[in-house]
Design a protein around this ligand. Structure first.
Ligand SMILES: Nc1nc(=O)c2c([nH]1)NC[C@@H]1CN(c3ccc(C(=O)N[C@@H](CCC(=O)O)C(=O)O)cc3)C=[N+]21
Length: 299
């Protein structure tokens, strides 16, 4: 029988450990972990995500501040806010919600966050530490870190001898995911839009990770029988069967046809998504422990 990987349950157990670590830190130092989330503009999906991040931070016992800036915010004003948060000792983690409005240079904004407060793991220092194997002082990007916990729930920590294919090569996900799989001894291939015969590469994968942003692109005949399939896509598509104008979420994997072939598969929703938010909380508590000069918990 195929295992449907329960991301909500895995996320709840990370959140429980984070909450305990936060309470321990407060007992020890009198200080709570602090997360600052910055949202520019009024994109409804971003508003929903930011609200759930702020809510989850409070549930974990963090101090949580949300900065909502108007669409027409200037680059200078945004950089000034990040500088203020960098300098604020009550703030351990700074997250600038992406995508930013087009007139802003998101790369410059992200790189202006102090690496030790970069709970998204997107600063070049953190990307470099991941690539060179420094997990003691770096922060790992939340979505790959969360996807990796789901992989570990099936295969354990050592992926020796297993072939992994990551479809997608973004700095946000594909590249760090490949690094994490490699660090766990998997044999890693990164596939993308210019790859020759993605389905053939996929059929060779014991661990297939899809992060392309194309609804239900991965079909049943891409999946090696018994493989672990991790779906990182979040696509909102029309769902006329639910009524006029209704939508539903699907991943990058055609779940109904792939599930019977896979050994284990993560659904959308309820798979990687909830893990992303849980790992953001984990990174924030890790940053807070380090800021207090204490050995950080591991998740
Ligand atoms: N700086 C930055 N960091 C991010 O980590 C970041 C970002 N910007 N911009 C947008 C994406 C998207 N993202 C998600 C987080 C949780 C769910 C999640 O919990 N999804 C639920 C369902 C949500 C729903 O129903 O709409 C699930 O998959 O079960 C989804 C997507 C974080 N992102």
């Amino acid at each position: 029988m195929t295992t449907v990987i329960d991301g909500k349950k895995a996320a709840a157990s990370v959140i429980e450990a984070v909450t305990k670590a936060a309470a321990d830190l407060e007992k020890d130092t009198g200080r709570r972990p602090g997360l600052a989330v910055v949202l520019v503009g009024t994109d409804p999906a971003s508003q929903t995500y930011v609200a759930s991040k702020s809510r989850m931070a409070k549930e974990c016992g963090f101090t949580s501040v949300q900065h909502t800036l108007p669409e027409e915010t200037t680059q200078e004003a945004l950089l000034a806010l990040v500088a203020e948060l960098n300098a604020d000792p009550s703030v351990d983690g700074v997250l600038v919600q992406l995508p930013l409005p087009k007139h802003l240079d998101s790369e410059r904004v992200i790189q202006s966050i102090l690496p030790e407060k970069d709970v998204d793991g997107l600063h070049v220092v953190n990307a470099g530490k991941l690539a060179t194997g420094d997990s003691e002082t770096g922060l790992v990007s939340c979505t790959p870190a969360g996807a990796m916990i789901l992989v570990r729930s099936i295969h354990g920590r050592d992926l020796s001898g297993l072939n992994a294919l990551v479809i997608g090569r973004s700095n946000l996900f594909g590249k760090p995911m490949a690094q994490l799989l490699l660090a766990a001894n998997a044999t890693v291939t990164i596939g993308h839009s210019r790859s020759r015969d993605l389905p053939a590469l996929a059929r060779n994968a014991d661990i297939l990770v899809a992060a392309v942003g194309r609804p239900e692109m991965v079909k049943a005949d891409w999946v090696k029988p018994g493989a672990t399939v991790i779906d990182v896509g979040i696509n909102r598509i029309a769902a006329p069967e639910r009524g006029e104008g209704r939508t539903r979420l699907v991943g990058d994997v055609a779940f109904p046809e792939c599930a019977p072939v896979a050994g284990a598969i993560s659904p959308v929703p309820g798979g990687v998504g909830p893990m992303t938010i849980a790992m953001l909380m984990a990174n924030t508590v890790i940053a807070a422990y380090r800021a207090e000069g204490k050995p950080a918990p591991k998740f």
